[in-house]
Design a protein around this ligand. Structure first.
Ligand code: 13P
Length: 248
């Protein structure tokens, strides 16, 4: 009953010219996909990506959004700006932003609320560090991040939210969580959402796995009952690999 959603996170890769080539290759490969397909691309490539995917089954997203409407926020991009160039999704709170750019549970909450207020669908990332997993703090960390991100939202808001569970130790390392490990934590995140918003919201909410997901492990991950999709970094940069994940 939850439609699977496979999203690429291009991170800081692909110029406009490179985006054009990749999207040209990708479109025919995923045209008949059963899953919802999203590509989250650098700001500079959003407009071109939206033009190239218009009328197709590929949606375009950004990789962050400002928490304010406009004003003195040097270097930030507003939700209205993203919508103007054709973004419909936006990744918020990716671990790279939390680790390298000072993103906190509070900024993630503010950006998520702002995205929803403006009709952008947030893909909100949560996930523990290796040291946190090893010291048995995984649930405590993802609970804090989940409660932090969605504080103050309504059940109706949550209909437009996607969560991505990305254990930080599995990102870009080639080390995937086992399908069972990923499912266990995702089921826990769903229980946190249930406590906040009730069973109906929790059961309808799509929760992705992210972290070295690729054509070789996508089938096993997607076979898990609580895993509703993937947020794909490295493997989203090659059309054939991403298409294989989309069609897990
Ligand atoms: P990789 O797929 O490259 O591990 O990246 C995962 C990720 O961070 C997606 O947001």
């Amino acid at each position: 009953m939850r439609k699977p959603i496979i999203a690429g996170n291009w991170k800081m890769n692909n110029t406009i010219a490179e985006a054009q080539k990749l999207i040209g290759e990708l479109k025919p490969l995923v045209a008949d996909a059963a899953a919802e397909v999203v590509i989250c691309v650098p700001y500079t490539a959003i407009q071109k990506a939206a033009e190239l995917t218009a009328g197709s089954n590929i949606a375009v997203g950004a990789e962050n959004v400002a928490w304010a409407d406009k004003g003195a926020f040097t270097g930030e991009i507003s939700a209205a700006m993203l919508k103007e160039v054709g973004a419909t999704y936006v990744i918020i709170g990716h671990s790279e932003r939390r680790q390298m750019f000072g993103e906190t549970d509070e900024t993630v909450r503010a950006r998520t609320a702002q995205a929803l207020k403006n009709g952008l669908k947030p893909i909100v990332c949560v996930g523990e560090l290796l040291s946190e997993r090893e010291s048995g703090k995984t649930e405590e960390v993802v609970r804090r991040q989940t409660e932090g991100a969605f504080a103050g939202l309504t059940a109706a808001d949550m209909e437009n939210v996607v969560i991505a569970y990305e254990p930080v130790w599995a990102i870009g390392t080639g080390k995937t969580a086992t399908a069972e490990q990923a499912n266990e934590t995702i089921a826990y995140i769903r229980s946190v959402v249930k406590n906040m918003f009730g069973a109906q919201v929790a059961n309808a909410l799509r929760i992705q796995y992210g972290g070295s997901m690729n054509p070789a492990n996508a089938t096993a991950l997607m076979a898990q009952p609580d895993i509703d999709g993937g947020l794909i970094g490295g493997a989203s940069l090659k059309a054939e690999d991403f298409a294989k994940v989309v069609k897990y």
